[in-house]
Design a protein around this ligand. Structure first.
Ligand code: CS2
Ligand code: MG
Length: 403
């Protein structure tokens, strides 16, 4: 079962995606998501120029050895570009192994630990009444967990909140990133009232989540965590910038609000201290940016030892290939917490035919052999790459701030 072709497909069905497709000499194919939002072509080049030539002739069944070969063998390890490329290869190899075995991938990694995957949906309102309306609509659709974000009075644009009621998409097409203005003081004064309004209207019988998107200092995050304790958040996500793992100690000392971190982490070395010191409650690394199924399971196993549960990132810049793979991991690992779910657009879904399904607040992985997702190359070719950037964030005095 040797690899005979490794193809990198870049397409933009409403947003950019990079996909690796591997073919073996016995005619099996496997796909892996290689999308790094706003830096897509760097991964495409890393794969095309440096990795694909090494894959030709390799035994597709040797998943672990290929992972180690691309990690240790490159000398230059880790980082988002490298790990996204390695993830794509790893995911495609698991897809092939599942097809060769005639089993869905979750069966190869231990089988089901649960019946379905609980997901959280997104309520994003320009105002509090709009956010409440969206919470109501998600609960009506059967969601059992809702992340709530809202526009902050006095700030023109806020992360996660579209102004035109369209689904949220942070990457904006153009040759420069958009710039937004941020005030932590305005945000901190406003946001506890948002959760008070949500609980007052809808009660406590569903999970409430919130993303602070790396914008606070540890002591500000501690203040927010304490202030929102009465509203019983499932988690407060990314309260501070993620590089300094010790920084989370200060938050932990002050609040019992659960903390979730990890969408920008790429390897176990980014989060081992957070896990082993029990500074977080949920690790949010995902298949595409966390080194593939092989590495993510290693992270999740470490987390399990320390009572940390999983909560994989699942925004729309992670392609249906990544979501399909995530669901196999989610259904199998013992310490699953929750999965983020932002449905892709019809156009995206048409390019990536898949058989996972959503019902009543839950996602079900595919039962087909492999991952149960593919890329329609003809459809993909109709949507050429468009340059797009994530926004840049500045404080009111013009200083560049975390996004
Ligand atoms: C977000 C994402 O889903 C999330 O929690 O933080 O919207 C994130 O900003 C994007 O995926 C970045 O690519
Ligand atoms: Mg986030």
């Amino acid at each position: 079962m040797n690899i005979v072709e490794a193809k990198v497909i870049v397409t933009c069905p409403d947003r950019n995606f990079v996909t690796l497709k591997l073919t073996t000499d016995d005619g099996l194919t496997g796909v892996g998501d290689a999308t790094l939002n706003g830096r897509e072509l760097a991964v495409a080049s890393y794969l095309k120029d440096h990795v694909c030539p090494l894959l030709i002739g390799r035994d597709a069944s040797r998943i672990e050895d290929t992972w180690q070969y691309l990690h240790k063998g490159a000398y230059w390890r880790r980082g988002p570009v490298t790990m996204t490329a390695v993830a794509a290869v790893d995911t495609a190899l698991w897809d092939i192994k599942g097809k060769a075995a005639g089993m869905p991938v979750y069966q190869l990694i231990g089988g089901r630990s649960r019946d379905a995957v609980t997901v959280y949906g997104h309520a994003n309102g320009a105002t509090v009444p709009e956010a409440l309306e969206q919470v109501g609509s998600l609960l009506d659709q059967g969601y059992r967990a809702v992340r709530v974000q809202a526009g902050v009075p006095g700030l023109e644009k806020v992360y996660g909140v579209p102004t035109d009621r369209a689904p949220y998409e942070p990457a904006v097409a153009g040759d420069r990133p958009e710039e937004a203005t941020w005030s932590t003081a305005k945000y901190l004064n406003f946001v506890p009232g948002l959760f008070a309004a949500v609980r007052e209207r809808f009660g406590h019988d569903f999970h409430l989540l919130h993303d602070a998107h790396h914008r606070l200092t540890p002591i500000e995050a501690a203040r927010l965590g304490k202030a929102v304790e009465p509203y019983g958040l499932f988690w407060l996500e990314d309260p501070i910038s993620e590089e300094l793992q010790e920084g989370f100690r200060l938050i932990r000392r002050h609040t019992t609000t659960p903390i979730a971190v990890g969408e920008v982490y790429n390897s176990i070395w980014d989060c081992h201290q957070l896990i082993t010191e029990q500074l977080i409650d949920y690790i949010r690394m995902d298949v595409v940016h966390g080194g593939g199924i092989t590495h993510l399971r290693r992270v999740f196993d470490l987390a399990d030892l320390y009572h940390v549960r999983t909560g994989s990132h699942g925004a729309t810049d992670l392609s249906p290939v990544c979501l399909a793979a995530a669901l196999h991991v989610d259904i199998a690992v013992p310490n699953f917490g929750i999965q983020e779910y932002m449905p892709h657009t019809e156009t995206t879904n048409a390019v990536f035919p898949h058989s996972y399904r959503f019902a009543d607040g839950l996602l079900y992985p595919s039962e087909e052999p492999g991952l149960g997702v593919d890329i329609d190359e003809e459809a993909a070719a109709e949507y050429p790459y468009r340059q797009a950037y994530l926004p840049v964030n500045r404080l009111e005095d013009g200083s560049l701030h975390d996004w």
